[in-house]
Design a protein around this ligand. Sequence first.
Ligand SMILES: NC(=O)c1ccc[n+]([C@@H]2O[C@H](COP(=O)([O-])OP(=O)(O)OC[C@H]3O[C@@H](n4cnc5c(N)ncnc54)[C@H](OP(=O)(O)O)[C@@H]3O)[C@@H](O)[C@H]2O)c1
Length: 254
Amino acid sequence: MDLGLNGRLALVTGASKGIGLACAERLAEEGCRLHLVARSADRLKAESERLARQSGSNVSYSSLDLGDASSDSTLFKVVPDPDIVVNNAGAIPSGDLDNVDEASWRHAWDLKVFGYLNLCRIYLDAMRKRRRGVLINVIGAGGERPRPSYIAGAGGNAALMAVTRALGSNSLKDGVRVVGINPGAIVTERLTTMMKQRASQELGDPERWRELLDADHPPGRPEHIADMVAFLASDRSANTTGTIITIDGGSCAR
Ligand SMILES: NC(=O)c1ccc[n+]([C@@H]2O[C@H](COP(=O)([O-])OP(=O)(O)OC[C@H]3O[C@@H](n4cnc5c(N)ncnc54)[C@H](OP(=O)(O)O)[C@@H]3O)[C@@H](O)[C@H]2O)c1
């Protein structure tokens, strides 16, 4: 299926590894020009050079801490007119109300909640003026199936789900779409770090983390999210807005 994305400019946050990097790879395969954002300049440089070499697309990057609100205007100056924005950079810690202290909670929400909101505000305005654009928020199934053991993620993701639905509900009149994706467990560095913490607490050995996986329902791969991002970014999804797609192997329905 030709998604018709050739030549479009996609901004992807958290694109140095994991889900964000997979999204960048998939969009590059579709002929998108790319701007990648994360903190680690070394990784961004290496990945942007690799993607440009493999796809022949133009790939640039910004090394920024998106948890710092001043980064948003810096980014907008560098990339004022993307066709596609993928909000993906996030790192909310697991833990229940008693062991996620206020400072950690605020730090995590500065990136994942306020970081997403600020980029939505800046880029929605620019897209409305051009009457063209798609904002895709990679959120998390923890907002849909809240658990006390991931309390900061449950609250932050639920807020982003509501904001995505609200913004997308009337955006099409301005030619713009706002959609969300709720990944379930996806094998990335983030997942293995969290599983190792759990294995350390529950089994006394972080290296035994695979024993905590459900053999009948293994975690998904970053490509599962990236393929949906590409489809949602395309005009094939022209009437899809104000909604969240859950990609979790059925976990939320069990
Ligand atoms: N993996 C899962 O099971 C899962 C499930 C549900 C939702 N999600 C969501 O999906 C998104 C991606 O997760 P992932 O598993 O791919 O995570 P990951 O492998 O840890 O990658 C996170 C990306 O975000 C960047 N990043 C982290 N802090 C940043 C900051 N302050 N400023 C700018 N960039 C920052 C990281 O690069 P630097 O460290 O270089 O900055 C990296 O590129 C997150 O929002 C996560 O909550 C993941």
